[in-house]
Design a protein around this ligand. Structure first.
Ligand SMILES: [Zn+2]
Length: 189
């Protein structure tokens, strides 16, 4: 069963750096996790907070398991606007700054966190053209950027403890988060 959004840049274990044909190589989950945390789980284009989609899936499961009698539009594999409106706008995605189709480098330095909407809108335009047309300048908040926003990763980790209840890709995400957070704890950040 497919258990990843159809347009997610999902992970194999290796990090291919050599362009082979026109296929866009998958971005390893460990790399995606580093990019999301590096960017503070904020969209680099519109600066809005993004959310980790599988966390919304665990929330929907929590509600269903508690026999809440109504449907909740928290999660849908394809981030459909009618079935998962938050993900339609704010799902965390990895974007190539220089588009892959225009010879963008396939490496960590060329990846940024983007909300689903910006990623869809940006398509293959150059980052500057996109930023000029769509995004404008960062909103300067009175309080500065959030320090502890994690895209609901904590929800995913706390609610998704039973490996048997997780899809294979979710177990891989768990491991990638645990590795990243353990490293970060070890260096005291
Ligand atoms: Zn955005």
């Amino acid at each position: 069963m497919q258990d990843e959004p159809i347009f997610a840049l999902d992970a194999g274990s290796a990090a291919p750096t050599v362009r082979k044909g026109n296929a866009r190589p998958a971005v390893p989950k460990d790399v995606q996790v580093r990019v999301y945390f590096r960017d503070g789980w904020l969209c680099r284009y519109c600066h809005r907070p993004v959310v980790f989609a599988p966390a919304l899936k665990t929330l929907a499961k929590l509600v269903a398991d508690a026999e809440y009698p109504r449907a909740v539009a928290y999660y849908n594999l394809n981030y459909r606007s009618d079935l998962a409106p938050l993900l339609d706008y704010q799902a965390a995605t990895i974007d190539h700054v220089e588009p892959w189709s225009k010879d963008g480098e396939h490496g960590e330095g060329n990846y940024v966190t983007a909300c689903n909407k910006c990623n869809m809108k940006k398509s293959n335009r150059s980052p500057k053209a996109f930023a000029d047309e769509e995004c404008g300048k960062p909103v300067k908040g009175k309080y500065g950027p959030p320090k502890d926003w994690d895209g609901f990763v904590s929800v995913f980790l706390v609610l998704g403890k039973d490996p048997g209840a997780l899809a294979a890709s979710e177990r891989d995400w768990r491991k990638a988060f645990e590795r990243y957070l353990a490293e970060r704890d070890a260096i005291g950040r």
